[in-house]
Design a protein around this ligand. Structure first.
Ligand code: 8Y4
Length: 281
């Protein structure tokens, strides 16, 4: 399916009209533009994406909650069109059981759930679908997560949560090899929490599960650089490479969730050449 012996790139395709990462570029008159999405995905694949992540719910702080019907309407027709046209791995960013079930039928290969299958029916649905899952850590809910996040030991607590959710998934019938873990950068974390978590990526890698890392264009980069949403490319790519290096040195495998596939892939090509040269290969 996916060669995890080298870092993988997951390209983000936002199907939410209020998404501020693509500025709603995939939308016209509040309608999803199918041909624009198809060409965006085609470009991401040509640029070196291994996985395409489709999401119909905005999880940014203060975003309007989406109904199940709306999420289905945004994601499923697009996923059907994409899987008919491209032979790649599709991930669906959802916490909703109905969307997971429909997405599995429409050709999804991975469930990416920022709520780590904690919603009603989500865990059982993931088991029934038989798909791999990404379990992400989030403190509280998107609406409230950024108001005064607190931890005694952010790395320990995030690892503890992921370990516990992983055990619940295994108990429910998901195989260990089908589980990816994600510390959830920016989800109920201050800048200091995010930096501590970044430094704890090696400890997360000790769990022996592939690690999904989503740093692309996030506010921690904006805070570090005092840079707006359209000025975070270098910061995002820099953090991506540092994350890859850290996880790789700890013996883990990594998937980078990014908006800028081409630039991330270029940075990884450089990193890989340097890394391979050190063992005389
Ligand atoms: C600019 C652009 C600023 C995007 C912020 C954002 C993750 C994720 C998201 C993640 C996994 C986002 C769905 C937030 N982040 N899934 N999803 N891991 N597994 N914000 O880090 O990209 S959405």
């Amino acid at each position: 399916m996916l060669n995890l012996s080298k870092p993988s790139v997951m390209g983000v395709v936002n199907l939410t009209p209020d998404s501020f990462s693509d500025g709603g570029q995939l939308h016209s008159d509040h309608q999803l533009n199918k041909s624009k999405i198809l060409s965006t995905v085609e470009k991401m694949l040509n640029d070196g994406a291994d996985i395409i992540d489709l999401g119909g719910e905005s999880t940014r702080p203060g975003a309007v909650p989406v109904s199940v019907e709306q999420e289905l309407e945004r994601v499923i027709p697009i996923l059907e069109a994409l899987s008919a046209n491209f032979d790649t791995i599709f991930s669906v960013d959802t916490s909703t059981a109905e969307v997971m079930r429909a997405a599995a039928t429409a050709g999804a290969h991975l469930i990416n759930d920022v709520r780590a299958l904690q919603r009603e029916g989500a865990l059982q649905t993931a088991v029934d679908c038989g798909l791999p899952v990404c379990l992400m850590h989030m403190q509280k809910q998107p609406q409230s997560m950024q108001n005064n996040p607190r931890y005694q030991d952010v790395v320990g607590e995030v690892i503890e949560f992921l370990e516990q959710r992983k055990q619940q998934c295994i108990a429910a019938g998901i195989r260990a090899e089908q589980i990816l873990l994600d510390p959830g950068f920016g989800f109920g974390k201050t800048l200091d929490h995010n930096l501590a978590l970044f430094n704890g990526l090696d400890r997360l890698a000790e769990q022996k599960h592939p690690i999904l890392v989503g740093l692309s264009r996030k506010s921690m980069i904006g805070q570090l650089l005092d840079a707006g949403i359209n000025d975070r490319l270098i910061g995002s790519v820099t953090m991506a490479v540092l994350a890859v290096q850290k996880i790789h040195r700890a013996g883990g495998s990594v998937i980078l969730r990014v908006h800028d596939v081409k630039q991330t892939r270029q940075a990884l090509t450089i990193w890989q050449s340097v890394d391979q040269s050190k063992d005389g290969r």
